[in-house]
Design a protein around this ligand. Structure first.
Ligand code: IPE
Ligand code: IPE
Ligand code: MG
Length: 281
């Protein structure tokens, strides 16, 4: 990645406004009483989006921030409780150093720039992942933003940074094993609830909907435990083009699914008395 481009991005991040105006009306076909509480998104395709335009990959990351803003706003607008964004995986450290540095810089600048808006929009920021592995400047900015937004009560925005689901499960296992070794917990007492309590996500419900953009059909080490019963939605749209209307499409698609949790369709229909009654009338 050339130095000039990085400097241009640095300049842009410091002075430009990332605002993306969500102007569309919420589609009538979206039932606001049946939204998922928690949406998780693998924001993929920034690099390809930039390459298709003959640009450096970092340009795609920059434009991806505008999509983040649009989706965060849209989630707040419809009343989603939790939005987890996969922003940087533990495996992403293996990318070229120049791209990693540019991503970390973009993270710092974006948080610094957006924190007032998050505060104003009642968004509470959270971070999951290997926090200590992040550069000091990122940790500082993230800690401040968490503090500033800590009393907000609207959308919980959870950034997955330096995140590895296997790492999370391994760390949880280690902590549980330590408690057993100390005699604080017996093996028989290790239930699903105990495991969940030791994950980064212990304070959040599991995502009902997981979206991955850019046409890849894989999970890439994201929330492997928590996605056990999530509905999966794959979009061919690259992340920098994924905006408010695309989110509504995903939500409308989600509402057309029947979530069975191992039961039969007939059983599920029986437990939806109002809808079944409505159908009979
Ligand atoms: C997602 O876009 C952003 C991060 C992983 C940080 P990519 O950078 O993976 O874009 P593609 O998949 O190479 O197009
Ligand atoms: C997953 O995307 C990680 C993030 C979106 C942050 P990647 O682009 O890194 O995933 P793979 O390598 O294609 O599986
Ligand atoms: Mg990718």
């Amino acid at each position: 990645m050339n130095i000039l481009l990085r400097e241009a991005v640095r300049y842009f991040c410091t002075f430009a406004h990332f605002s993306y105006c969500n102007t569309m009306n919420i589609p009538e076909s979206l039932d606001l009483s049946r939204l998922p509480k928690h949406i998780a998104i693998i924001m993929d395709g920034n690099g390809r989006w930039a390459k298709e335009r003959g640009e450096d990959r970092v340009y795609g990351h920059y434009e991806g921030v505008v999509s983040v803003r649009s989706i965060v706003d849209a989630c707040g607008k419809v009343g989603i409780g939790y939005l987890t964004l996969y922003a940087f995986s533990a495996e992403n450290w293996n990318r070229p150093k120049a791209e990693v540095d540019a991503l970390m810089e973009l993270l710092v600048n974006t948080i610094r720039k957006e924190v007032d808006e998050l505060k104003k929009n009642n968004v509470k920021l959270h971070v999951i992942g290997d926090f200590e592995s992040l550069p000091e400047s990122c940790k500082k900015e993230l800690n401040e933003a968490r503090e500033i937004t800590s009393s907000n009560t609207g959308l919980n925005l959870i950034l997955a940074l330096s995140y590895s689901s296997r790492g999370e499960i391994t760390a949880a296992t280690r902590r549980i094993a330590a408690k057993v070794a100390k005699g604080e917990l017996s093996p028989e007492d290790i239930t699903d609830a105990v495991v969940e309590k030791h994950l980064y996500t212990s304070d959040y419900p599991d995502p009902e909907l997981m979206i991955r953009t850019s046409g890849e059909y894989r999970i890439s080490n994201f929330l492997l435990y928590q996605l056990a019963y999530s509905e999966l939605y794959f979009s061919d749209v690259h992340w920098p083009d994924f905006r408010e209307p695309n989110l509504y499409d995903a939500l409308i698609n989600y509402q057309q699914r029947e979530r069975r949790f191992g039961k039969t369709s007939e059983q599920i229909q029986m437990t939806k008395p109002t809808e079944v009654k409505g159908d009979d009338e």
